[in-house]
Design a protein around this ligand. Structure first.
Ligand SMILES: [Zn+2]
Length: 183
């Protein structure tokens, strides 16, 4: 099944008038947790995303916590790889907790549900690279970067979505008088 159809079906794709954390307004918001809370759907998207990286010889998959934990797990399961996650270190970076194994030269795939700027998956990548692992790909359920996200390795997503964002003063939804929802 198409991933955006799953977002819709699980109420994870919201249409309206949203105030994003960046301060911008958008007619669309993706709430991946609403999809990934269903283990069968999570498994299905994990398998589909894993398939795109079968040839890469992945030793482990990593995602930024909290959103990337379930996704990392289901993709790793599909690839027969280990599932890791990186956590915020409180100083703008991320770290990998003790007990999660990173061998030098391990080949790893970084995943995130929705890539917009790619900043949060990049922090997880730096945490794994700091432990000597080698990035071989970046995967996302939805790429909404408009082709702007670049990682220097193959970047593949199950869907691409062009989502307009407006500064509050230029927002046509505000002009139309639609109530603004915080997300
Ligand atoms: Zn607006």
């Amino acid at each position: 099944m198409e991933v955006l159809e799953l977002y819709r079906r699980t109420g994870a794709l919201l249409e309206g008038h949203f105030l994003l954390r960046s301060g911008m307004h958008s007619p669309l918001f993706l709430q991946s947790a609403a999809l990934l809370q269903h283990p069968l759907y999570a498994e299905a998207v994990g398998e589909a995303l894993g398939k795109l990286f079968e040839e890469e010889g992945v030793d482990f998959v990593i995602g930024p916590a909290i959103g990337g934990v379930v996704l990392s797990f289901v993709v790793a399961r599909a690839l027969g790889a280990r599932a890791l996650f990186a956590e915020k270190d409180g100083q703008g970076g991320m770290f990998i907790r003790k007990g999660l194994l990173v061998n030098p030269k391990d080949r790893f795939l970084a995943v995130e549900d929705v890539v917009t700027t790619g900043e949060s998956v990049r922090r997880a990548i730096r945490a794994a690279e700091a432990r000597g692992a080698v990035l071989v790909g970046v995967g996302a359920l939805v790429d909404r970067s408009g082709g702007q996200a670049e990682f220097g390795v193959p970047f593949r997503a199950l869907a691409r979505l062009e989502v307009p964002q407006y500064a509050p003063e230029d927002c046509p939804l505000c002009r139309a008088g639609l109530p603004l929802e915080e997300v």
